[in-house]
Design a protein around this ligand. Structure first.
Ligand code: FEO
Length: 405
């Protein structure tokens, strides 16, 4: 990809990673991008690095605009290696550059790299850097999603370089939201926002609401949000801000999601009847089978739906391994504002549904108390019970959802 102008003098100079499918265990079926931005002003400034292996692509984009040795400032908004891995190579090409980062960012850089030859200036919220006719305003965003994280607001252009915030793991040839929507769809773009938020930012809803309020209180006129992954929010920055506020406030779609795994098909058979019972209540129902669905996709769908049933066979007196993986992952993400329940099958001793419900209780979620368990394979009577269970759960999901209207 060539450099792409965001506004006069402000360019995307990053790299598209069409191939990445496993992002530290988080499945990225649509790839990703590592965005960094070059501001051509009296003191040329680069905002953020790229992942190791993509430095050459970014440097080629920079060279198409300016000799890298002329870059005076390098802002490091976040030290996670998908953004900092390429810094040593980039800094070698920009020997004049001073690095600007948060105090925690400096500590992180010192742990990841030999920074003895680097000039590092630490900044905090409200600090500014005048680079010519423009001024950069730094805004720390600790724990959104690492302690070092920060954003940089380019004035007077109104471009918020938001680092991971508002990002999407989307490899595409479009660099802007409106271009992506024209070539794909708004629904696909929003799904990518849900996916990113659910897997990266779900634990930090309270901090996110506070930070967005802080941005508003600062009176920043945000015209464009330029994250370090995915497309730049050129046409609908307010839309993604609202999506974040809604997600952080517990918004979800009125839907029953059923996530299950099955050993010999028995839990799968129950799933069909439960789904029909919920559907016949007029509820939107989605069904995901683990192992056929990556756990990160299951987490995204969990986060989009108001209510989820998790189904598992009992194996060795506990849940099936992939169900356990999902529960463990969810626990760390600290979900809120969702109704959950359990069902499953067993042979001689149960255990799976009990473990699932306990896992959900430990997360502080609202638990549908009435779990469904069937020994071996459901016969007609148990299938009718499963249908009724699905119907009851759908009714409970509808009532639960009313609290959030
Ligand atoms: Fe995209 Fe937290 O790194």
């Amino acid at each position: 990809m060539k450099p792409v102008q965001l506004k006069e003098g402000i360019y995307w100079v990053g790299a598209v990673d069409w191939a990445v499918r496993d992002f530290h265990g988080y499945i990225t079926p649509r790839g990703s991008t590592y965005n960094n931005y070059l501001v051509l002003d009296e003191e040329p400034t680069l905002l953020d690095g790229v992942k190791a292996g993509f430095e050459a692509l970014s440097l080629a984009n920079i060279r198409a605009l300016i000799e890298p040795s002329r870059i005076r400032h390098l802002v490091v908004n976040h030290v996670e290696p998908d953004h900092s891995g390429g810094l040593p190579a980039i800094l070698s090409a920009c020997p004049q550059a001073t690095v600007y980062c948060s105090k925690k960012g400096q500590e992180g850089l010192q742990r990841f790299f030999d920074t003895s030859g680097w000039r590092i200036e630490t900044v905090k919220t409200g600090d500014t850097l005048k680079i010519g006719k423009r001024t950069l305003l730094f805004i720390e965003t600790p724990m959104i999603h690492w302690p070092d994280s920060m954003m940089t607001f380019i004035q007077p252009d109104g471009v918020l370089v938001s680092q991971d915030g508002f990002g999407q793991h989307l490899a595409s040839s479009q660099r802007f939201d409106d271009e992506f929507v024209a070539c794909a769809s708004q629904a696909e773009l929003e799904d990518a926002v849900w996916d990113y938020y659910a897997n990266i930012l779900m634990p930090f809803g309270t901090l996110i609401k506070r930070k967005i309020k802080e941005l508003k209180d600062m009176g920043l006129e945000i015209q464009m949000i330029a994250p370090d992954h995915g497309v730049v929010w050129r046409s609908q920055p307010q839309k993604v801000l609202k999506m974040y506020l809604d997600m952080a406030s517990g918004w979800a779609e009125e839907r029953v999601l059923i996530i299950y795994d099955t050993m010999w098909g028995a839990t799968g058979k129950l799933t069909q009847a439960i789904a029909q019972g919920a559907r016949d209540q007029g509820m939107d129902v989605r069904v995901l089978k683990l192992r056929a669905t990556p756990v990160s996709v299951a987490v995204k769908e969990f986060w989009r739906a108001r209510a989820t049933l998790l189904g598992s066979p009992t194996l060795n007196n506990t849940v099936f391994p992939h169900v356990g993986e999902l529960l463990y992952y969810l626990k760390g993400l600290r979900p809120k504002d969702r109704l959950v329940g359990a069902f499953g099958t067993f042979g001689w001793a149960g255990g799976a549904t009990k473990e699932i419900l306990q896992g959900f209780r430990d997360m502080g979620l609202e638990v549908f108390p009435d779990a469904l368990q069937v020994r071996y394979l459901a016969k007609e009577k148990e299938l009718q019970e499963a249908y009724a269970f699905g119907a009851r759960f759908a009714q409970a999901a509808r009532e639960f959802h009313q609290r959030y209207r």
